[in-house]
Ligand binder design. Sequence first.
Ligand code: ZN
Length: 60
Amino acid sequence: MNLVVKCPTCKTAVEWTKDSQFRPFCSERCRLIDLGAWGSEQYSVPVSGLPDQSDAEPLN
Ligand SMILES: [Zn+2]
């Protein structure tokens, strides 16, 4: 029984066998594209530059 998945990058049908080393991707290229997308997403963390309000002067 051959399981076929779709490459997450280019939507090409990929046979899920032990020979398809890049599964679920159709090729190394598509795998790298996906990994790159994840990597860039992780690097776009927001800057932790919120003002520290502990120094604010108390209002009387
Ligand atoms: Zn692909």
